[in-house]
Design a protein around this ligand. Structure first.
Ligand code: F3S
Length: 385
């Protein structure tokens, strides 16, 4: 990969050890994936925050870095709510290690909002056609597919390296030719709400890391696209998809020749019933309209099981009345974290979720049985004795 004279200086350590480490990561990625050069990025979103996932080695690695990020950068969810960690059942030792990780990122100039939906907090992180380096898989999918920005599936270190240098190697989804759809997904069902997560769960397993092109009977909202992309990124490795009439680049392409039909029966098969001991909403982090819907569904009811609603702290702080309405039911609204990356969910035996992504990850990453249900069914299970 070609480096400019200034990039050579970074690579040779003339701007310090941290920039040198970052350039080494970017140069290695560029060489592996055949990038011609580095390109400027508008923002970075950095995963690898929860002490549950990165542990002591990750904490040490981040703490050793010095310097400041060159572009607006934001953290992914951590392993606990930074204010209500005791209520989550997090140990003091974990909380102390987790705070050290967040403060180490903060010292590098990374914003500590700790959310997988940064696009619902800030308007200026990514726009159509912007190059970015994001690393949480649902955020990547949303950036590429719903915003029309361009990012690869960065790992945490790759996104942090890009943040420090302000550039990323030019390959993969930064290039027009890799954004062309590979496979037509024709959906023979009217979809609503969690059905998009169920659809994503099915399609991700089928298409792996290819680019699906959806023809749907209904027009999805942005929250529904968020659920679809998150599930496909978890059950497969989908980083970009197009939806006719609903995503910004779909109109540029005709339908691919390879065609897969998904029937209503397949969507229904993802759902099941049962008696969970935890019901968790907000994977990806709940938007304001998702919280409003939950508040309506919970209005006048009392939950009789543990119920978590995960969202960003920015949304919680901006909408105290909405949060109060949800919490009046006994449900707990947690920020900075989620049911998957926090170790707090591991003490439960069965979790009910309305998210295709959580349904995929909860058994593997938390060791907890998962039941996928609609949002209404989750609320019904929560208030049942
Ligand atoms: Fe976000 Fe956690 Fe789901 S990071 S996408 S809420 S697994």
């Amino acid at each position: 990969m070609y480096l400019t004279p200034e990039e050579e200086k970074l690579f040779n350590g003339e701007r310090g050890g941290t920039c040198q480490k970052a350039m080494e990561i970017l140069a290695a990625l560029g060489d592996i994936y055949g990038a011609d050069r580095l390109i400027p990025i508008k923002s970075a979103q950095i995963a690898g925050v929860s002490y549950k996932t990165i542990g002591e080695a990750g904490l040490e690695w981040i703490s050793d870095l010095k310097g400041k990020v060159a572009v607006p950068s934001i953290l992914n969810p951590a392993g606990m709510d930074r204010e209500c960690w005791q209520e989550m059942g997090i140990s003091e030792e974990f909380a102390e290690r987790q705070e050290k990780i967040i403060r180490a990122y903060e010292a590098l100039g990374v914003r500590t909002e700790c959310s997988c939906t940064p696009y619902n907090i800030f308007d200026n992180l990514a726009g159509f056609g912007d190059h970015v380096a994001w690393s949480e898989s649902s955020a990547i999918s949303y950036a590429n597919s719903v915003i029309g920005a361009r990012t690869n599936r960065e790992g945490g270190p790759g996104a942090l390296a890009a943040a420090l240098v302000g550039k990323t190697p030019n390959y993969g989804f930064h290039l027009d030719e890799n954004r062309i759809p590979d496979v037509l997904i024709k959906v023979e069902a009217e979809l609503h709400d969690s059905d998009y997560g169920a659809l994503g769960y099915i399609v991700g397993e089928i298409v792996g890391d290819r680019v699906p092109f959806f023809e749907l009977k209904s027009k999805p909202s942005k929250d529904e696209l968020k659920s679809l992309g998150a599930a496909m990124a978890a059950s497969g490795a989908v980083a970009l998809y197009h939806v006719v009439g609903a995503s910004p680049e779909a109109g540029k392409y005709g339908a691919p020749e390879e065609r897969i039909t998904i029937e209503e029966r397949q969507i229904k098969e993802i759902y099941s019933s049962g008696e969970p001991d935890l019901i968790a909403f907000g994977c990806p982090h709940s938007s304001v309209s998702e919280l409003e819907r939950l508040a309506r569904l919970l209005n006048g009811k009392k939950v009789r099981k543990e119920v978590w609603v995960c969202t960003s702290r920015a949304i919680k702080n901006k909408h105290p009345e909405l949060i109060r309405k949800i919490e009046k039911s006994g449900a707990k609204v947690f920020c900075d974290t989620c049911m998957v990356v926090s170790p707090a969910s591991e003490r439960f035996s069965c979790m009910m979720v309305n998210s295709g992504k959580a349904h995929k990850y909860v058994p593997n990453l938390c060791g907890v049985r998962s039941i996928m249900a609609t949002t209404e069914e989750c609320v019904e299970a929560a208030v049942r004795g």
